[in-house]
Design a protein. Structure first.
Lengths: 232, 374
């Protein structure tokens, strides 16, 4: 069943035409990677789906419902979670509060916190500390833990490995692999081997358009065409 | 030519006091009988003996208690402003008008319900009823104004919100002026009947050891502590408070977690307006403030000072700045009442704190550049 359907979406920042007719779909249970160079519109695609930067033309539908005109909170309420680029954890809230706020019901917050600490044991001893005091890697773990705590049906994950040490990348990859068993994931990732490893299918974006797509098991990280579009 | 110029400079210099008065040894009378040309009658000897007097434990305790009472008032009038700015980035110029309306409304409730036979506890009970009613009415008014007037302007420059709330304060003040005048009250001077509704212990002084403390000051301190405690508990112990703190830091991310931040804006604006109104109820019994139309401007300026000194939009900063400003105000009031007979100056010290903080730490004591938060 098609969970997310993005049809011929055109998105602008002011007068800059960023997405020039992007179409993609994600089936329930899949992990789909959105790959491409910096600035081709990958993060904007996620923002468009969330309604943070609404499209001027085209449509986004989730479980068959058109999301056009909905506020971002209403989109999120329908079961779409976001793990944004640059983490965007709440630096003045404690680690535990960052997880709690993602859970609509206070009663479920303790269970979510337990899950988060189970996924990232490093976070547990910092539970009462302001999140802004964590290292970059720990902040990324927290951002993912917060994203997972919402128990969404679709998770939009933006550059989870960016700027992280290899040990942290491995922990992040493991957490996303585990998450993918229970939820559908649309992943933006520049680390091609990681993206192909995690995803079932991919879309290649260039200049605001999808120029290729397919199953990840039919391409490799050494694929000349992919590498050409991913190099700066 | 050079010699003539040198002689002219020497002649000019001889006519000027070369040593600043404050650098002279104590006891030296500089300009006639005054050490400060702008404060007639103040000598360094007098200042020295005043300092000895000021440092007497009784006086220090007196100033400390007065400072706490002033701090409580400053925090009360500023806390709503900081909640609103922290979350919404709206600098609400109508905040003082909410306080002024609260003072009149609270006064009206007490004047209508308190008679000569009403006992002290009953008067406190009616005061608390007034607090609840005023909170409800002002919160309702704030909510309506946010939805009807401020919400359409969120996507525009902050200048629009400032102009709107400034216009709002003019409209509200004039409306109250008309209503008050219609009932035969003088809008400029304090509403005297309200002072008559105070319980006896608030209108008199209580002996605390060697110090006579006005009952009103103790009442204000207690009320301020309860308010700060309640707001702190709201922000740190409730899910809504958690949302307010998160929304203050990153509204977009908060929205993406499925939280309707616009609705939270309305609730927080209502809450801020309600607390501003409650501050007015507290001020109506204080002869230094009282219920009058100019109360709006009189409270708005110190509220801005406290909020800016604390760091725009931080609750913790507002509490610390309120205490700082209250203590300095109390100390300067003592000095200008007991050592320097120039009663207009204590107010200036409040703004001096603002100037010093803006120069030394422009983001305020607890402010983080570019980030709100509590």
């Amino acid at each position: 069943m098609t969970l997310l359907d993005v049809r011929d979406v055109h998105t602008y920042y002011g007068e800059s035409h960023i997405l020039e007719g992007v179409s993609l779909s994600v089936e329930g249970g899949e992990v789909v990677a959105l790959i491409g160079r910096n600035g081709v519109g990958k993060s904007t695609t996620l923002r468009t789906i969330l309604g943070l930067t609404p499209p001027r033309e085209g449509s986004v539908s989730f479980r068959g419902e058109d999301l056009g005109g909905l506020a971002t909170s209403e989109v999120a309420e329908r079961g779409i979670g976001w793990i944004p680029e640059e983490r965007r954890i709440f630096s003045q809230l404690t680690v535990a509060e960052n997880v709690r706020i993602a859970v609509p019901n206070d009663r479920d917050a303790e269970a979510a916190l337990k899950n988060a600490y189970g996924t990232f044991p490093d976070l547990e001893r910092f539970g009462d500390r302001d999140a802004g005091t964590l290292s970059g890697g720990q902040q990324q773990m927290l951002a993912i833990a917060r994203g997972l705590a919402g128990e969404n049906d679709l998770l939009l994950v933006d550059e989870p490995s960016e700027g992280l040490a290899p040990r942290i990348v491995a922990a992040v990859a493991e957490a996303l692999t585990a998450a993918a068993e229970e939820t559908t994931v649309l992943l933006v990732e520049q680390n091609l081997p990681l993206a192909l490893d995690l995803a079932d299918r991919f879309y290649l974006l260039d200049n605001g358009r999808v120029i290729d797509d397919g199953d990840t098991d039919q391409v490799s990280a050494e694929d000349e065409r992919l590498r050409r579009y991913l190099s700066a | 030519m050079t010699a003539l110029l040198a002689a002219a400079i020497a002649s000019e210099a001889a006519s000027l006091p070369l040593v600043p008065p404050l650098l002279l040894a104590p006891g030296i009378d500089v300009v006639g009988s005054s050490a400060f040309g702008f404060l007639p009658g103040v000598t360094l000897v007098a200042l020295g003996s005043a300092l000895v007097e000021f440092l007497q434990p009784v006086n220090l305790l007196d100033v400390f208690l007065n400072g706490l009472a002033k701090s409580a008032l400053y925090i009360m009038i500023a806390v709503g402003l900081t909640l609103i700015f922290g979350l919404m980035g709206v600098l609400n110029f109508a905040h003082g008008s909410f306080t002024m309306i609260g003072a009149y409304l609270g006064g009206l409730i007490l004047v209508l319900t308190v008679s000569g036979a009403t006992g002290g506890l009953a008067r406190i009970g009616l005061f608390l009823v007034g607090v609840l009613v005023v909170f409800g009415v002002l919160a309702g008014l704030g909510g309506v104004l946010e939805v009807g007037l401020i919400r359409p302007l969120y996507d525009r420059s902050p200048v629009y919100q400032i102009l709107l709330t400034f216009g709002l304060t003019l409209v509200l003040d004039e409306l109250v002026r008309i209503v008050v005048s219609l009932y035969g009250l003088q809008p400029i001077s304090d509403w005297q009947n309200v002072f008559g509704t105070r319980p006896a212990f608030i209108a008199s002084s209580l002996g605390l050891g060697p110090v006579d403390v006005p009952g009103l000051a103790l009442f204000q301190i207690a009320f301020g502590v309860v308010t700060v405690g309640a707001v702190w508990a709201f922000l740190t112990r409730t899910r809504y408070g958690l949302i307010v703190r998160a929304g203050s830091e990153d509204p977009e991310m908060t929205e993406a977690l499925g939280i309707d931040v616009r609705r939270v804006f309305t609730v927080v604006f209502a809450l801020g307006a309600g607390i501003a109104g409650v501050a007015g109820v507290l001020l109506m019994w204080d002869p230094v403030w009282g219920a009058s139309v100019p109360l709006a401007a009189e409270t708005l300026l110190p509220a801005f000072v406290v909020v800016i000194v604390g760091g725009l939009g931080t609750f913790r900063g507002t509490v610390v700045a309120g205490v700082l400003v209250g203590m300095v105000d109390a100390a300067m009031t003592w000095w200008f009442q007991n050592a320097i007979s120039f009663t207009g100056l204590p107010q200036i010290t409040i703004f001096l704190i603002l100037v010093i903080v803006l120069i030394a730490r422009p983001q305020g004591l607890f402010g983080v550049e570019g980030v709100g938060g509590h």
